[in-house]
Design a protein around this ligand. Structure first.
Ligand code: FCB
Length: 470
């Protein structure tokens, strides 16, 4: 009897001690918001306040890219892929209405606009540059400059020409040269107007959606291929960085990549199996980026599913800054059934957004900590909330920006913050239902209206800008 009791006690301790230790050393960070003064904010001089968008989501008029084909059912499976069969169509008509949208930016008081240039519009066919399309972005930059707003340009934001997709896109390392060629054309056209360049937006998000879950074009579900594409995207970043730096004007350019540090946390912190699973997935999604850009070593590993590794020795020397996108975290719960185990879950006990994740401002603080191991200046390139009712946006803004301010106060080198997004727009496979805009868009009339909750952003930007009111 006694022996049984001792064995049970030992087993319990063997379980409880490591879990208690992990809960202490790797807690899912939680703050006591009731005791926090959300107005206690401070930002260094020259802190960049901005808004962000992406070409395919706002411009309208995309016909020859991977997304247009995906929306219209021209991939081999022949079916449309967007929720409710929506298509991007005219989107926010930002291509024509950018002067109006720049006025909205002025109304907010921001000093930076992060947007992407459309590869499929600039290079509709292989090797062919559409000079009118390129000139469009020159005009956008000039219009921004005229009102004192700096452009930040993203070269690849989930969208590329169909001819590139048909060649196998980033599945093939030999295709990287096409992306370098495109980047070269854009850089030469815009380099006198643009300081900050983002090569690739959220490589891991793109790859998981396009090659693992199959929700983004080309809709494949092949973990090993996903790991190869991710590696090739990192190599593509390195190639573009090195090429642009070698061009006249390259030394003045600030070039970085954009990483979404969405965390994967255990649903039950007292379950070692949940922890192990969350850690493994997190290592793939976030760890592969960190080891590549800190150590020059790429590895994507998930037992029984995928193992891909290769040195990318130059990667650590190819970041002038790192772009950080952050929205939230998800929970993982262990199950012996792999499909069940790999389901990401809404983290329990937190307020949901309209997306499949919660409001988790502490996570932005953690993301800043996590990415700071790269030792580079951090610019927050996206943060925002889908909130159609606008009943959480104001609070969201105050809390996430508080997290940024606290990180800066604690010594982390954060230089700027871009809100996603200026206006409602086309949220990829989820279509127009997800309302991320500071400005509501009535897509029937294209009327933009500042949301109540967004006024918190406007207020904070105006109070913490070194820029005179424009
Ligand atoms: C990010 C994307 C951006 C937008 C936001 C909501 O993952 O970079 O285009 O869709 O999510």
């Amino acid at each position: 009897m006694r022996a049984i009791a001792i064995t049970v006690a030992i087993l319990l301790l063997a379980y409880l001690l490591p879990t208690a230790y992990l809960n202490y050393s790797e807690p899912v960070l939680k703050w006591d918001w009731a005791s926090i003064d959300l107005d206690d904010l401070s930002f260094p001089e020259g802190f960049i306040w901005g808004v962000a968008s992406a070409a395919h989501q706002v411009e309208g008029g995309h016909t020859g890219n991977n997304w247009a084909a995906w929306e219209q059912g021209s991939y081999p499976d022949g079916r449309p892929h967007i929720l409710n069969n929506e298509e991007t169509g005219a989107a926010c008509e930002h291509w024509e209405r950018y002067p109006e949208d720049i006025r909205l930016m002025q109304e907010l008081g921001v000093s930076s606009y992060r947007f992407s240039v459309s590869w499929s519009k600039i290079m509709p066919q292989e090797g062919v540059i559409d000079s009118v399309a390129l000139q469009h972005y020159v005009d956008v930059c000039d219009s921004l400059a005229a009102v004192g707003i700096s452009p930040m340009v993203t070269l690849h934001h989930f969208e590329h020409p169909l001819w590139f997709e048909e060649k196998g896109a980033f599945e093939k390392v030999e295709n990287i040269g096409h992306f370098v060629h495109f980047s070269d054309a854009v850089f030469n056209a815009l380099k006198d107007r643009v300081t900050f360049w983002c090569t690739i937006n959220e490589p891991a998000v793109f790859v998981i959606a396009a090659y693992f879950d199959g929700n983004f074009p080309p809709g494949k579900q092949d973990p090993q291929l996903a790991a190869i594409v991710l590696k090739n995207l990192f190599k593509a970043h390195v190639a573009v960085y090195q090429h642009l730096k070698s061009l006249p004007g390259g030394e003045r350019a600030q070039i970085g990549i954009v990483k979404n540090m969405h965390q994967i946390d255990p649903v039950n912190e007292w379950s070692l199996l949940d922890r192990l699973l969350a850690r493994t997935v997190n290592n793939g999604f976030n760890g592969s980026f960190i080891t590549t850009f800190r150590d020059g070593h790429y590895r994507f590993h998930f037992p029984t599913l995928v193992d891909e590794a290769e040195a990318i020795a130059d990667a650590p020397s190819t970041l002038d800054f790192v772009g950080l996108n952050y929205y939230s975290h998800n929970g993982m719960a262990f199950s012996p059934d792999l499909d069940e185990a790999l389901k990401t879950r809404m983290y329990p006990g937190e307020t949901p957004t309209d997306m499949t994740y919660t409001i988790y401002p502490e996570g932005l603080y953690r993301a800043i900590q996590e990415i700071s191991v790269l030792g580079r200046p951090i610019i927050i390139t996206e943060n925002g909330i889908a909130d159609a009712k606008d009943d959480r946006r104001g609070d969201f803004i105050r809390r996430y920006i508080y997290a940024v301010s606290k990180a800066i106060e604690d010594g982390y080198d954060v230089r700027g913050f871009h809100y996603w997004s200026l206006t409602d727009n086309f949220e990829w496979d989820l279509g127009y239902g997800q309302r991320f805009g500071l400005y509501h868009v009535d897509f029937a009339t294209q009327k933009r209206t500042l949301r109540e909750g967004s006024k918190e952003f406007q207020r904070i930007v105006k109070a913490h800008s070194n820029w005179p009111d424009r």
